[in-house]
Design a protein around this ligand. Structure first.
Ligand code: SAM
Length: 304
């Protein structure tokens, strides 16, 4: 429709890489370059009213700065030096919500090109271990470059099919956290909307993707020491989001959904209101879905 928000109308989000610098230092650097810092946003509209060289701190996520649409930092020193990461706000939710403990063992199942991996490493202060898998060698090599620039040192990358990683291997016996961000239709990416695929072809494709996503999710829950898992997609389709999570919970009664961020403006579709959704219209981001699953304490499975 003509009301649709285009990708270049969304605010530009910049995540400060706290492995290399601090939010204060980035703000000072930008101010010296003539940017005008307007403090922390208090309402969503504050993110939509930016122009010229003004910027604010985000109202929902830490370490996130918000600039006017079209602001381009790709050639900026702070980006080239890995002090800032150019990442949509919605895609900062998974690592933030997984919130792994400093020193923990964490697994990123479908990791390339690695923006969420580098965010996890920042939250872990580069301490502990971050196992990261991807099936695509080319994307994995892009990821190595990105992690190097970001100063990530706690990772162990492998060009491997996550579905073939053995959850019972002693190597992973201390993995407590998993981030699962599998391939999806990408229907939430504003630039990909209305791609004009044939409905029939589209429905078969969604069905195949949903089956793959559910297999990955069920596989992830087999890691014996897993406590907490984030499942995310950049899809707007219920079939890849709420339906995958519901089917998984049906099959894994020892896990439950964690209620997320009550102040977030957009929820998972009923009855999965514990989960978050994101969209250009409601959150000024690309379309996104995120669920957090947690292992229940023994004996809690029958809770009513
Ligand atoms: N988490 C990444 C980030 O934030 O930069 C984006 C991940 S992207 C949505 C999905 C990735 O899953 C792709 O890089 C794809 O190559 C990878 N992938 C697809 N099937 C896989 C499998 N069976 N095992 C591991 N990785 C897989």
């Amino acid at each position: 429709s003509s009301q649709q928000i285009e990708g270049n109308q969304l605010p530009r989000y910049v995540r400060v890489n706290t492995l290399k610098t601090t939010v204060e230092d980035v703000i000072d650097y930008l101010k010296r370059e003539g940017f005008l810092y307007q403090g922390q946003a208090s309402r969503l509209e504050d993110l939509n009213n930016l122009s010229g060289k003004t910027f604010v701190s985000d109202l929902h996520l830490p370490d996130l700065l918000v600039f006017p649409p079209k602001m381009d930092f790709h050639t900026h020193f702070l980006y080239q030096a890995g002090h800032i990461i150019l990442q949509d706000k919605a895609s900062c939710l998974p690592a933030y919500l997984l919130n792994p403990r400093v020193g923990a063992q964490v697994l990123d199942a479908c990791a390339a090109p690695g923006n969420k991996t580098s965010h996890l490493a920042a939250i872990m202060h580069n301490k502990g271990k971050l196992f990261a898998f991807d099936l695509d060698a080319k994307r994995l090599s892009t990821m190595s470059t990105l992690l190097l620039r970001a100063g990530v040192t706690c990772q162990q990358l492998a060009n491997q099919d996550f579905l073939k990683v053995d959850p019972k291997s002693p190597e992973y016996s201390n993995v407590e956290y998993i981030l699962l961000d599998p391939s999806c239709s990408g229907s939430g990416m504003v630039c990909l909307r209305d791609s004009g695929a044939e409905p029939q072809e589209e429905s078969g494709r969604l069905q195949a993707l949903a089956a793959f996503q559910l297999r990955c999710l069920n596989h992830a829950l087999l890691f014996p020491h897993l406590q907490r898992l984030v499942y995310s997609t950049c899809s707007i389709h219920t079939q890849e989001n709420e339906e995958v999570v519901s089917a998984c919970l049906q099959q894994n009664k020892e896990f439950r959904l964690v209620p997320l961020k009550p102040e977030w403006p957009e929820r998972g579709l009923p009855p999965l209101s514990q989960c978050l959704r994101a969209s250009p219209e409601r959150t000024l981001t690309h379309g996104f879905f995120v669920a957090v699953l947690e292992r229940q304490a023994v004996g809690d499975e029958d809770e009513r």
